[in-house]
Ligand binder design. Structure first.
Ligand code: IPM
Ligand code: MG
Length: 354
């Protein structure tokens, strides 16, 4: 297999964890006889500094030509001025939209060896294996905002719009049902239908879609109670499908159940095979440049890249197994209570690649 991967290091720890992950991808490619070509492009704050834009046209074009995109993280205090005309995050939202990546898969797995690192009691972690399917190109992230305005009485107002069409809901719920079929067959659709009109549409469409999948059981849960259940009974979930912002919030919560935000990978997919793969964590400006970031979330994202965009299941598993073995055998970065730096953790994974 000959494939081109666009690499978007981005900001903060992004370039470090992506560099570490490339070492692992190269080792896997070498072992299995594949050629992976990397095309490094700019996004986020780094792109603003170099070009004035968070998502240069060259980046979008390169991504369209590539088989897959691997991304580190974007954002940081340097670009955080609320009055700035452009923001790093616009680059990330822009590339998701430009590539039509409407579904973001965030699998939450608990490694028993990390039970100590979890804020939850060990008995609550037994059997936790869930997949959040987050809608990624609609909702309040993309509805027309009304920027801040000063009103006649001197007060200020800003407006965001939470908007969904039935088609946007249907395609992501359908994907959730298909994925549930390959798992335990339960889809929990999370909404706020007791308050929001868009959630009532979401719920109605979810019911219609689930009717096409008689082997899948659909349940509905309000987002506030879902947030609670994630920490009281996380093992009760199989596939969670939800709108963009609820999914953003719930997945940070779900991630720490496993011990660290640094472990959770994600895959963003659309119609074709080309996807974008990134850890769910941010750019961690506090530790950027120190070489101590946990690269595992990015490595596990690269495994998803091999599986979903390149169809390389054995190679994906090789990375996942190596990560699991490294964890089981005690490899720990600082976020997991250990002392390994990024390079040492990467070496630990490389040493266990089958
Ligand atoms: C995520 C991040 C992004 C999001 C930010 C950086 C725009 O939090 O991927 O979860 O909100 O989608
Ligand atoms: Mg987030």
């Amino acid at each position: 297999m000959d494939a081109t991967i666009v690499v978007l290091g981005g900001d903060g720890i992004g370039p470090e964890i992506v560099h570490a992950t490339r070492r692992v991808l190269d080792a896997v490619a070498l072992r299995h006889g594949h050629t992976l070509r990397y095309d490094e492009q700019l996004i986020g704050g780094a792109a603003i500094d170099a070009t004035g834009q968070p998502l240069p046209a060259a980046t979008v074009e390169a991504c369209r030509r590539a088989d897959a995109v691997l991304l580190g993280a974007v954002g940081g205090p340097k670009w955080d001025d609320p009055r700035a005309p452009v923001r790093p995050e616009q680059g990330l939202l822009g590339i998701r939209k430009a590539l039509g990546l409407y579904a973001n898969l965030r699998p939450v797995k608990v490694y028993p060896a990390l039970a100590d690192a979890s804020p939850l009691k060990a008995e609550r972690l037994v059997g936790v294996d869930l997949l959040v399917v987050r809608e990624l190109t609609g909702g309040i992230y993309f509805g027309q905002p009304r920027l801040r305005e000063r009103r006649e009485d001197g007060s200020e107002r800003a407006v965001d719009t939470l908007e969904y069409t039935d088609g946007e809901i249907r395609r992501v719920v359908r994907l959730a049902c298909q994925l549930a079929r390959q798992r335990r067959g339960l889809v929990t659709s999370v909404d706020k239908a007791n308050v929001l009109e868009s959630s009532r549409l979401w719920r109605q469409v979810a019911i219609e879609v689930a009717a096409e999948y008689p082997d899948v059981k659909l349940e509905h849960q309000l987002v506030d109670s879902a947030a609670m259940r994630l920490v009281t009974h996380p093992a009760g979930f199989d596939v969670i499908v939800t709108e963009n912002m609820f999914g953003d919030i719930l997945t940070d919560e779900a991630a720490v159940i496993g011990g660290s935000l640094g472990l959770l990978p994600s895959a963003s997919t659309g119609e074709g095979r080309r996807g974008l793969y990134e850890p769910i964590h941010g750019s961690a400006p506090d530790i950027a440049g120190k070489g101590v970031a946990n690269p595992l979330g990015t490595m596990l994202s690269a495994a998803l890249l091999l599986r979903y965009s390149l169809g390389l299941e054995a190679e994906a598993r090789a990375i996942e197994t190596a990560v699991e073995r490294a964890i089981n055998e005690g490899a720990r970065t600082r976020d997991l209570g250990g002392t390994l730096d990024t390079t040492a953790m990467t070496d630990a994974v490389l040493a266990r690649l089958g």
